[in-house]
Design a protein around this ligand. Structure first.
Ligand code: NAP
Length: 225
């Protein structure tokens, strides 16, 4: 995010303002996860997802008993996705999380290895607690959430986020329309999820922050060990 807490500019363009070091940091986190989940808005902005490109990270995954790439799960209530974007030719396993209407277009196709159909609330929102139970049943321990602000807000509201990684980048984007790491309705201060700072690292003009989320704070940080 920018120094003023925006994850994109007001045009909601893909956030390419992080350094090569930030990209490597993100790739290393993705490489630890069993699955990666992100919103359709993020896919529409980037047209791609962060895969594990470094062969050393891929072989470390295999040594840990993981598949070479995490499963990449797109969450889209509408199912309205453009198949001409590069995401659909990246060498990864793609799953779709959607409702009955959204699934119609994808069920008889090979774009997604799995299409998970779930009931949607009146506002078109998935029930994250139900979905997380289903994900846990896969035997997965670590799920990386790559944004954007709407998807992340739903997970914070459901109390499902254990850890937060933020890179503060040296620019100011401003603007009411620019998304932030957690959008949605927001929390009143008394109900806001609390954070404990686990580590902070400076690389040139960027700061890498790692927080545990929640008051109990018994998070075991992700580690390649
Ligand atoms: N700086 C960064 O690291 C970073 C990372 C990620 C994204 N971004 C930026 O963030 C922006 C995208 O964020 P965003 O908040 O607009 O979009 P988003 O959260 O990525 O995606 C929103 C869409 O995902 C689906 N969705 C999300 N939560 C859902 C739920 N609970 N139930 C059902 N469907 C759900 C819906 O898809 P449908 O519309 O298909 O129904 C919704 O419209 C872009 O500008 C991107 O550049 C920045």
């Amino acid at each position: 995010m920018s120094a003023d807490g925006k994850i994109s500019d007001w045009g909601r363009s893909p956030a390419r303002f992080g350094s090569a070091g930030d990209q490597a940091h993100l790739e290393a986190q993705v490489a630890l996860a069993d699955a990666v989940i992100f919103g359709a808005g993020t896919l529409r902005a980037y047209g791609t997802t962060m895969s594990v490109r470094d062969p050393r990270l891929r072989s470390a995954r295999v040594q840990r008993g993981q598949s070479p790439q995490p499963i990449q799960i797109v969450c889209s209530a509408s199912g309205d996705l453009d198949t001409s974007v590069r995401f659909f030719s990246q060498p990864i396993t793609r799953w779709l999380l959607t409702g009955e209407v959204g699934a119609k277009r994808w069920q008889q196709t090979e774009y997604f290895e799995q299409v998970w159909i779930t009931s949607l609330a009146a506002e078109g929102q998935v029930d994250w607690l139900k979905i997380w139970e289903k994900l846990a049943a896969q035997g997965w321990g670590q799920i990386a959430v790559l944004g954007g602000g709407q998807l992340t807000a739903g997970l914070f509201e459901a109390g499902l986020v254990d850890e937060l990684w933020l890179t503060v980048c040296p620019l100011v984007l401003g603007g009411r329309a620019a998304p932030t790491p957690v959008d949605g309705v927001g929390f009143l201060a008394g109900d806001a999820p609390r954070l404990k700072l686990l580590s902070v690292e400076q690389q040139d003009d960027e700061l890498f922050l790692h927080y545990a989320v929640g008051t109990g704070i018994d998070v075991v940080p992700l580690s390649a060990e």
